[in-house]
Design a protein around this ligand. Structure first.
Ligand SMILES: NC(=O)c1ccc[n+]([C@@H]2O[C@H](COP(=O)([O-])OP(=O)(O)OC[C@H]3O[C@@H](n4cnc5c(N)ncnc54)[C@H](O)[C@@H]3O)[C@@H](O)[C@H]2O)c1
Length: 329
């Protein structure tokens, strides 16, 4: 059986991917320091090691004691706003931590890695059309820079033949396992759908809309929401792509993951009201610095080369699945 090390596998996207890997017949070993992850998110029958990707001795121990065939790497700090306040923590954990992981992988001869990158590598582009992978990379915060730096490390190391790597640039992860086994539990929460659902459940008195004067049809920002189970299935496809390379050495590529449909902040709020059958207060505020008006993915490359297709492109499905998980918490 193929065994995959999953740094960050106790987090939101990682824990869904562990389940998708199990369904596809892979064995997972989860490495997570629980800085933001949850033991309760980890499937019962998977091996969990509590530890840090920056702990080189631990990585050596794991790679020596277990037959690891590949790595799917989610472990990172994720809040872009926090990265502006504390950039060194993000460069240390996201870039330095990955450097430590890649050094250990190459020394132990483990080649395939799928990496969680982000739409934040694109920053603010001039165009409002969908974003394709070859656009210039212009991150506007240390979070995006810390991820782009990792993509450069992967590209350059793959060029030597020492790694085979795929970077997956997610747009806005959303939703939850439809069976409600795991879901989004960020603390503090900054993502729009769970925040809106907190307003729907009364946990929050209102939802704030930052900016109502953008050049979009309803004046609010537009984002591309991608169901977390569709992200999980893309990781399985990317891993299978790398494992099928055979004797080819030094593969590197990056793929956007989104549905290609943009939804405005107002559309998300309306969806939440519809799905939950509740009404709640909406407070309009000024624009936040660094929020591009529109971020929508062109994911045709992932569809074509990985054979990936999102199963849950409907916004109402994403909101309903997130609600199933969050409503009783
Ligand atoms: N959520 C999104 O919308 C989104 C969008 C684009 C990219 N991403 C990327 O996807 C990945 C997963 O995001 P998520 O939303 O699941 O976040 P998350 O915080 O739920 O998961 C990250 C996990 O990594 C763990 N971790 C962090 N630093 C670690 C370290 N040094 N050693 C071991 N474990 C560590 C945390 O405890 C957590 O379980 C991240 O790399 C993030 O940058 C997320």
């Amino acid at each position: 059986m193929t065994t995959v090390l999953i740094p960050g596998g106790a987090g939101f996207i990682g824990s869904h991917t562990v389940r998708a890997l199990q369904t596809s017949g892979f064995e997972s070993i989860i490495l997570d320091n629980l800085s933001n992850g949850h033991k309760s998110s980890i499937p019962e029958n998977s091996l969990f090691i509590e530890g840090d990707i920056q702990n080189r001795a631990l990585l050596d121990e794991i790679f020596t004691q277990h037959k690891i065939d590949a790595v799917i790497h989610f472990a990172a700090f994720i809040e872009a706003g926090e990265s502006v306040v504390n950039p060194l923590a993000f460069y240390s954990n996201n870039t330095g931590g990955t450097l430590c992981l890649l050094e250990a992988m190459t020394e132990h001869g483990i080649r395939p890695i799928v990496f969680s990158s982000t739409a934040a590598v694109y920053g603010q582009q001039e165009t409002v059309a969908t974003l394709s992978e070859d656009l210039p990379k212009k991150p506007i915060n240390p979070y995006g820079e810390s991820k782009w730096a990792v993509e450069c490390m992967l590209r350059d190391t793959a060029a030597t033949g020492a790694l085979d790597a795929i970077a997956l640039r997610y747009f806005n992860a959303a939703g939850s396992d439809p069976e409600g086994k795991t879901g989004e539990l960020h603390d503090p929460e900054t993502h729009l759908i769970p925040l809106v659902l907190q307003a729907a459940s009364g946990k929050r008195s209102s939802i704030k809309v930052f900016g109502t004067d953008y050049g979009t049809p309803d004046g609010t920002c537009i984002r591309d929401y991608i169901h977390v189970c569709d992200l999980a299935s893309a990781h399985v496809k990317a891993l299978e792509h790398l494992l099928a390379l055979g004797s080819t050495k030094g593969f590197y590529d990056a793929f956007n993951l989104g549905t290609g449909n943009g939804f405005s902040v107002r559309a998300v709020i309306e969806s939440a009201k519809r799905v939950t059958g509740t009404d709640f207060a909406v407070v309009e505020e000024g624009r936040r610095a660094g929020d591009p008006a529109v971020l929508v993915a062109d994911s045709s490359k992932a569809r074509k080369h990985l054979g990936w297709e999102p199963l849950y492109p409907s916004l109402d499905d994403m909101v309903a699945h997130a609600w199933n998980f969050l409503k009783d918490r």
